[in-house]
Design a protein around this ligand. Structure first.
Ligand SMILES: Cc1cc2nc3c(=O)[nH]c(=O)nc-3n(C[C@H](O)[C@H](O)[C@H](O)COP(=O)(O)OP(=O)(O)OC[C@H]3O[C@@H](n4cnc5c(N)ncnc54)[C@H](O)[C@@H]3O)c2cc1C
Length: 380
């Protein structure tokens, strides 16, 4: 197996690093932690202007397929929040797979220009893991659809121009068969947004849909084929578009701080950092496989679950270890004097748990692996 990157891929990586150094400044990162909105229009635009977003879009990239992994690996390590562009590129990949010509022509170019974001409206107050049970209704009325309901955890809805909205269009068939996905503009009358603050400092949202009227051109994929569209979206979301290298920046921040304080002289500290570094390498290799499949036009439904479970659980364990090793300094926030690793130890410990929840919990992904890989019977 040849792990060395091609010259073209190395150049792609260097260009991303240059942009992140120049545009992803400490101020940009600090603003994201203060606001809880992990998106930077400046960074998205700069990446787009150099053609880098297009090259890393699943199924659309014309370069080396490994570039999808490189983009998110560099974003992950830089500390620049990239949730916005990650979900937008994911949506571009879904539209490319199942969208109409009109959707492809209008939405994909604006995403690749770095100007447009898309949020994901699947989860509801009472339905997260069992998303096929959602109750938000879309009812046909002549040439239009009328949507009513409520969604929970609609991250980045306050910044996005579009939303992928999962609705129930036929309540009289088995639950997976009566769902339809819509791609609709966030400024459609009848949509409202309420902020939700989380332990990990991220701002997410509750969103409400009251007599929202849209045309049939907003259906993404087939009517009552929403489960398939959702499957494409989840295959790109899990383990492909970032979130699997958070342990790398954690270990770098902690190592730098522990060397300065003398903590690194403790054998147990060195051993744990070595274990975290090994997990980071395993996560990286698993991610490369899933990202390669997605970038080459495939759907890594199983591979993505495998890397998501491994990488996020390893990150959560690493963050807990670092906080434990740092002692009281590991409880201090950014900008508090004496905070371990300038506050990153506290931040990573608060942020890591949610990574094992969004995009499908570890339990749900384990079920997926058990069914698809090990041939176990369906969990439900
Ligand atoms: C910060 C944040 C951001 C998010 N962003 C978005 C977003 O942008 N868009 C969106 O649509 N959703 C988003 N989500 C929602 C996320 O996908 C759900 O929280 C997740 O799928 C779990 O659903 P739930 O919270 O309803 O928990 P539940 O489904 O109620 O699960 C509770 C517990 O039961 C376990 N469990 C459930 N079913 C099974 C099973 N079959 N087998 C074994 N164990 C099971 C779960 O693993 C979990 O431990 C976000 C969530 C958070 C916290």
């Amino acid at each position: 197996m040849e792990f060395t990157l091609s010259e073209q891929a190395e150049q792609f990586r260097s260009e991303i690093k240059r942009i992140l150094r120049e545009v992803g400044t400490a101020e940009v990162i600090d603003r994201q932690h203060q606001t809880g909105t992990f998106n930077s229009l400046e960074v998205n635009r700069a990446l787009a202007a150099s053609g880098l977003l297009e090259r890393a879009c699943p199924g659309l990239g014309r370069g080396d397929p490994i570039e999808l992994w490189i983009l998110f690996n560099e974003l992950d390590k830089s500390g620049v929040g990239y949730d916005g562009i990650s979900v937008a590129l994911l949506a571009a990949g879904v539209i490319n797979h199942v969208g109409s010509d009109l959707q492809k022509q209008t939405v994909i170019p604006s995403i690749l220009s770095g100007e447009t974001l898309v949020s994901l409206g699947y989860s509801e107050p009472d339905h997260g893991s069992d998303v096929a049970s959602i109750t938000t209704r879309a009812v046909r009325d002549g040439d239009e659809w009328v949507i009513d309901g409520a969604k929970m955890w609609t991250s980045l809805a306050h910044e996005a121009q579009w939303i992928l909205l999962l609705t129930r269009t036929d309540p009289d068939v088995p639950k997976h068969k009566g769902l339809t996905m819509f791609l609709l503009p966030m400024d459609t009358p009848g949509i409202s947004i309420e902020p939700v603050r989380t332990m990990g400092s991220e701002r997410t949202n509750a969103t409400f849909y009251d007599n929202v009227r849209v045309g049939s051109e907003c259906v993404l994929g087939e009517v009552n084929g929403g489960w398939r569209t959702m499957g494409v979206a989840l295959a790109f979301e899990r383990g492909v578009m970032g979130g699997t290298a958070s342990g790398v920046s954690l270990v770098r921040h902690f190592h730098h701080w522990a060397r300065g304080t003398g903590l690194l002289d403790e054998p147990i500290v060195r051993e744990r950092l070595a274990r975290i570094a090994i997990d980071n390498v395993v996560a990286s290799l698993l991610t490369q496989k899933a990202a390669w499949i997605a970038a080459s036009g495939g759907l890594p439904g199983l591979e993505g679950s495998m890397v998501k479970v491994f990488a996020t659980e390893a990150y959560q364990k690493a963050a807990a270890w670092c906080q434990q090793m740092a002692g009281p300094a590991g409880l201090l926030h950014f900008h508090e004097p004496g905070a371990a690793a300038e506050g990153y130890v506290d931040y990573d410990a608060r942020h890591a748990p949610v990574t094992t929840i969004y995009g499908g919990t570890s339990e749900v992904n384990r079920n997926n692996i058990a069914e698809r890989h090990l041939g176990f019977p369906k969990a439900r």
